[in-house]
Design a protein around this ligand. Structure first.
Ligand SMILES: Cc1ncc(COP(=O)(O)O)c(C=O)c1O
Length: 470
């Protein structure tokens, strides 16, 4: 039984077998107490959307402190690629923890650093030889790429994109241009960063009818035809940083032609092309790296999140000749910690055997159903993505495409109340970034719940439109 937004799916056998299991209304009493204590102790800079207090996780399920079981299509912000506590990952972590927890690859050697480099080299989106740097987070992978690009080229400037998110340390933050609050009162930023338009066709074309490819080409050519001819001498540009699919910016996919044009510009002017695959990489899109969908080879790749199933690991992978800096130029005490590397090696095994192909298959099936929603629901503007990286843009009005941030937030909360965990992204999109081991049945139920939430918000907020679409 498929949902039409009415909630009828809840009586199905599939729901009983694969759906969430709530013991009452959420949040329960224990969750409320934790949230209250959290307010007392924790930094108010965190951006929790709803009061889900996790206790344990298995596969795509999270149990909260009150014993409610949720379907998790957020995966710890696209991190738990193999699901929560995959037995192979848990065993790899436990075995490694019993053997050697830390020694610091900055000052000593250990074999697993090399093993992981060899594995990643075998699946890199550009030809080898390669070299690797290990840090602890996405931001650290980006910091490494930024410093290295300057060091290798001897050039100071870089180009990044509006809507881009590359992390919150000062260097990475200087590239980030996603939300003003992320930068407010932290300036001045690193000098030498110029932001240009990302080919967000759904928004970019809203001023009038414009072909998506023409718009994307226009965005890329602006760099050469405007920036380089006016304020930014190309021989002073070290790198272009791009998310092949913007994550925090709204799960926006850059068309292949845009990426190809960026590559051409980089080649022509000796600029490095840096693919930030922190969110889009590690199999999430059904290929190892999202950039592979475009046929473009980057010079540097930033990797984190899904690569180690939740252990902290950030990786900067480059063509070998680029990583030419001298000892002491860059390092990290914990980067490439043996336990994190063990988790990454187990993660690669799981994704290679099943996860990546599953992401492609289940993602495609989900997309087939989701692509009907802009026709079916007045508040769904666009659905986009690749594999299990899917964004649903919520709008007040499909004709004007006016963002509907509040409605998007309501959808997230309603989903939580029904046992489904999803996060927002961009100004007004819902993101689906589940574990890559998501079963078809779980995906179906997640979409049933989400559809019910969208339908509810539509009926509350725009009853006339909803009636017209009924
Ligand atoms: C594309 C991208 N780059 C970098 C980062 C920063 O990663 P971290 O939060 O691990 O520092 C993120 C985090 O969301 C990201 O999505």
């Amino acid at each position: 039984m498929q949902s039409n937004g009415t909630g009828a799916y809840k009586s199905s056998e599939k729901f009983a077998a694969f759906g969430p299991k709530l013991r009452g209304s959420v949040p329960g009493p224990k969750a409320r107490a934790v949230v209250e204590a959290d307010h007392k102790w924790m930094s108010p800079s965190y951006t929790r959307s709803y009061p889900m207090v996790a206790k344990r996780g298995r596969g795509v399920r999270i149990e909260d402190v009150d014993g409610n079981e949720f379907l998790d299509l957020a995966a710890g912000i696209a991190v738990c690629s193999t699901g929560h506590c995959h037995p192979q990952v848990v065993k790899a972590i436990q075995d490694q923890a019993a053997e050697l927890i830390h020694i610091s690859g900055t000052d000593f050697y250990y074999e697993s650093m090399i093993l992981l480099a060899e594995r990643l080299s075998g699946i890199a989106p550009m030809p080898g030889p390669h070299k690797f740097y290990y840090g602890n987070s996405g931001a650290e992978a980006v910091e490494c790429a930024l410093k290295l690009a300057r060091y290798h080229t001897g050039r100071q400037n870089v180009i990044a994109f509006f809507g881009g998110f590359h992390g919150r340390t000062m260097g990475a933050l200087s590239l980030t241009a996603s939300k003003p609050q992320q930068r407010r009162r932290f300036g001045p930023m690193l000098p030498g960063v110029t932001h240009v338009r990302y080919p967000y066709a759904y928004r970019g074309c809203s001023g009038g009818p414009q072909d998506e490819e023409a718009f994307a080409l226009g965005c890329a050519r602006y760099i050469e035809e405007k920036l380089f001819k006016t304020v930014l001498p190309p021989e002073e540009v070290a790198a272009i940083f791009i998310e092949p699919i913007q994550g925090e910016g709204g799960y926006v996919v850059a068309p292949a032609i845009f990426m190809q044009e960026l590559r051409r510009i980089c080649d022509r002017h000796g600029i490095l092309l840096v693919a930030d695959e922190v969110q889009s990489g590690a199999g999430r899109t059904g290929k190892w790296w999202a950039i592979e969908h475009t046929g473009v080879e980057p010079d540097i790749v930033c990797i984190a999140k899904g690569i180690a199933s939740g252990m902290p690991l950030g990786i900067c992978m480059t063509r070998a000749e680029i990583m030419d800096w001298k000892p002491g130029s860059h390092a990290s005490t914990y980067g490439g910690n043996p336990v994190a590397i063990a988790a990454a090696l187990a993660t690669l095994d799981i994704l290679e055997n099943h996860g990546m192909a599953n992401a492609a298959k289940v993602g495609e099936n989900m997309m087939k159903r989701l692509k009907e929603w802009p026709e079916k629901y007045a508040i769904v503007g666009e659905v986009r993505g690749r594999g299990l990286m899917i964004g649903i843009e919520i709008v007040q009005d499909r004709a004007t495409r006016q963002p509907a941030t509040e409605w998007r937030n309501q959808i997230e909360t309603l989903a939580y109340e029904r046992g489904l965990l999803v996060l927002g992204c961009g100004e007004t999109s819902v993101r689906l970034s589940p574990p890559l081991i998501l079963k078809q049945e779980e995906a179906d139920i997640a979409l049933d719940i989400l559809e019910e939430c969208i339908s509810l918000v539509e009926h509350q907020q725009v009853p006339a439109l909803a009636a017209a679409h009924a």
